[in-house]
Design a protein around this ligand. Structure first.
Ligand SMILES: C[S@@+](CC[C@H](N)C(=O)[O-])C[C@H]1O[C@@H](n2cnc3c(N)ncnc32)[C@H](O)[C@@H]1O
Length: 223
């Protein structure tokens, strides 16, 4: 996955920084409703070019962002010089135990090779009482296809598997690659790490009210 995001860095920067281009702009508010008020230190794992970190900073968070792609991190750091950005694998974080009171993973867990390892590390770097706030693509929306008459699934929902898709819109192209896991795989990873889900949402913003399936699952887990 590392080389995929490095390869797609220029495409992702254009895609993510064109205001209104993707659905981030209509889903970020419901996500930030789940995020606790700023504390001592906030970490985003898989920060990409840094738009979530910048939004967290504008809400008062003292933010550190980590990512595996050097090109994306450089873009994040130059757009937000006050932030701290470091190259790291989310499943081997270069931080001491209990360093953060909030860890955020916005649309990154499903892109990670070792998702349970990343969840374990999120728990380790959280202080007692800290929160892990996550947005993932809804696995059922990733797998479901409308065939004109009804829905079909690309493979059984309950099996984890790879996804890949290339999208072109308004002159921008982006290839996404990652995994689709059933929700129970995420909840077992949290359970194994000792994190407890305390709020879970499938928001449908007003502009997406005709969607038949919610695009994202968002939750807050407590350490
Ligand atoms: C869809 S992008 C999301 C970026 C950002 N959170 C946002 O919403 O704009 C997923 C990011 O996860 C990063 N990523 C994937 N696997 C990772 C890993 N094991 N450790 C750190 N970052 C990873 C990718 O490099 C990519 O920047």
């Amino acid at each position: 996955m590392k080389s995929h995001w490095e390869q797609e860095a220029a495409n992702w920067i254009a895609w993510a920084r064109t205001a209104g281009h993707d659905v981030y702009w209509s889903y970020r508010d419901p996500f930030f409703e789940l995020v606790p008020p700023p504390g001592r230190a906030t970490l985003e794992i898989g920060c990409g070019e840094g738009r979530v970190c910048r939004d967290l900073a504008s809400r008062g968070h003292l933010v550190t962002g980590i990512d595996q792609s050097l090109s994306l991190l450089r873009a994040a750091a130059s757009a937000h010089p006050e932030g701290t950005y470091a190259i790291a694998d989310a499943s081997a974080l270069p931080f001491d135990d209990g360093s953060f009171d909030l860890v955020v993973a916005y649309n990154s867990l499903m892109d990670m090779e070792d998702m349970p390892g990343a969840v374990r590390e999120a728990e380790r770097v959280l202080a007692p009482g800290g929160a892990f706030c996550v947005c993932i693509t809804n696995p059922i929306a990733d797998l479901a296809r409308w065939n004109g008459n009804g829905w079909t699934l690309e493979r059984p929902y309950i099996q984890s598997g790879r996804f890949e898709g290339t999208y072109t819109r308004d002159g921008l192209t982006m290839t996404f690659k990652g995994w689709t896991h059933p929700l129970s795989v995420y909840s077992r990873a949290l359970e194994a790490a000792g994190l407890r889900i305390e709020a879970l949402r499938e928001p449908v913003p007003p502009i997406r009210r005709d969607d038949l399936l919610p695009m994202f699952v968002m939750f807050r887990a407590a350490r």
